[in-house]
Design a binder for this molecule. Structure first.
Ligand code: ACO
Length: 410
């Protein structure tokens, strides 16, 4: 039997809600009945950015976001990194998520965040809330012994470290790069600690997490975070290198890191969930087929403030276009905008001029990071063009190099 809806109350979360929230998350994400697995979230959790719905004392729905900067084409913007979304099973399909999500997005917009970004548990959940699929990733399951890795010499020495002890050196590499990689997020010290935490209870039989640094002249220019899972069968060792993150500023450092990871004794495969659509690894193999790559969704992006978000990124080619935008959830966004921009500047203001393109806010979200072509959305019937040439010009301007990629989920 489901609870009567009228006794459910919603409000901003408080620290005291935490036990109820992690009990809900454990149930909603089909956990093993031990909510303490979520405790690592607590250090980065900001209750003032979260909403709960309660039935009496019980937390029955939850929506939250982390406040982090997101790299976008040509810069970075504060973005709500939406996460920890859950509704208790007996309370589902009664618009609890719809209510909390709309309230959350409106609040984050009022707080000055012009974008929201998330990883979806199921792709079909979020489009109705105005999120568009902005980036994809490659899930790699490489046969390391069959792939034939490039053997060109590298000038880099490799060093091994416990990740939590190596944070300053890892950060050094990351800080140099992330702002130029659309889709990557800024990391505070708290986030670095969260990302390098490695409690034995969560290793699932694998080795501790290791940091591998590629160093030249005493300076780290690339690193990998990885662990290995042992496995044996009748034919011998069949272990897997589980690569969590690979960040490199230099092709030679990239080669040095991959070379080590492909050759870990007693392993035969390498698993990596965050391969970029244009990952250089494909060009380092004599048999790219052995990447055994599967395309998967990554970031879903939602523009909370269309004018601020469009003015907050840069454009690969000069653009001057009028966009008619639909937005059912945040009505202030709906309307006509004149967008002008190039690689160094951009402006976006309301206008009464005739529209060149008409599209939904979710399609702008999909195109926003520069990876989903507006032409593909038009071919799907989701973007309508009213002036010859406007679609191609806007598609060129919105595209970006490098294309969006991901380095972590959240
Ligand atoms: C960013 C993240 O944290 S991703 C993680 C999301 N959480 C999970 O996957 C945990 C398990 N699932 C859940 O907790 C819930 O099912 C939720 C949060 C996904 C949905 O909560 P609900 O309160 O049931 O959603 P709500 O009732 O507002 O649904 C709104 C609409 O979306 C549809 N919908 C919601 N979830 C789903 C789904 N998983 N699959 C298909 N349709 C869905 C509903 O049918 C409804 O459609 P309608 O407007 O045509 O009637």
């Amino acid at each position: 039997m489901t609870a009567p809806f009228d006794r459910i109350t919603t409000r901003c979360a408080a620290q005291g809600d935490w036990p109820g929230i992690i009990a809900l998350l454990d149930e909603a994400f089909l956990g093993g009945g031990d909510p303490s697995g979520w405790d690592a979230e607590r250090a980065v959790y900001a209750p003032e950015r979260a909403l709960v719905a309660r039935d009496g004392e019980r937390v029955v729905a939850h929506v939250a976001s982390y406040g982090r900067d997101l790299a976008v084409p040509g810069g970075t913007l504060p973005a709500a990194h939406v996460a920890l979304v859950a509704v208790a099973p007996l309370y589902r399909r009664r618009r609890l998520l719809s209510t909390l999500m709309q309230k959350h997005l409106v609040e984050r917009r009022a707080a000055g965040e012009s974008l929201a970004v998330l990883w979806a548990s199921e792709g079909r959940i979020y489009q109705r809330f105005g999120y568009g699929l902005a980036s994809t990733r490659l899930e790699l399951d490489v046969d390391t012994r069959a792939a034939g890795l490039d053997t060109a010499p590298t000038a880099y020495l490799l060093e091994d470290a416990v990740p939590a002890d190596a944070i300053p050196r890892l950060r050094d590499v990351y800080e140099r790069l992330w702002r130029h990689r659309p889709g990557w997020s800024g990391r505070t010290d708290t986030w670095w600690r969260r990302l390098t935490e490695d409690p034995p209870a969560r290793r699932g039989g694998a080795t501790p997490l290791r940091a591998l640094l590629a160093v030249a002249d005493g300076q780290p220019r690339g690193y990998a975070l990885w662990r290995a899972e042992p496995r044996w069968d009748d034919a011998g060792p069949r272990g897997t290198v589980d690569l969590r993150e690979l960040v490199s500023a230099d092709p030679s450092a990239t080669r040095a890191l991959w070379r080590f990871l492909f050759a870990v004794d007693l392993t035969r495969t390498l698993r990596y969930r965050f391969g970029a659509a244009d990952d250089p690894l494909a060009h380092l193999l004599d048999e790219p087929r052995q990447l055994r790559a599967t395309v998967a969704d990554a970031h879903w992006v939602r523009l909370l403030d269309v004018a601020a978000a469009l003015a907050g990124r840069r454009y690969r080619t000069p653009v001057d276009v009028v966009l008619e935008v639909r937005d059912a959830l945040i009505p202030q966004n709906a309307g006509r905008y004149r967008l002008r921009g190039d690689r160094s500047t951009a402006s976006c203001t309301g206008t009464t001029a005739d529209a060149d393109l008409t599209l939904d806010v979710r399609d702008l979200g999909a195109a926003y990071l520069g990876g989903t072509p507006l032409t593909a959305l038009a071919a799907a019937g989701r973007v309508a063009a009213h002036r010859p040439g406007a679609l191609d010009a806007a598609a060129d301007a919105f595209s970006w190099r490098p294309g969006p990629s991901v380095v972590e989920d959240f």
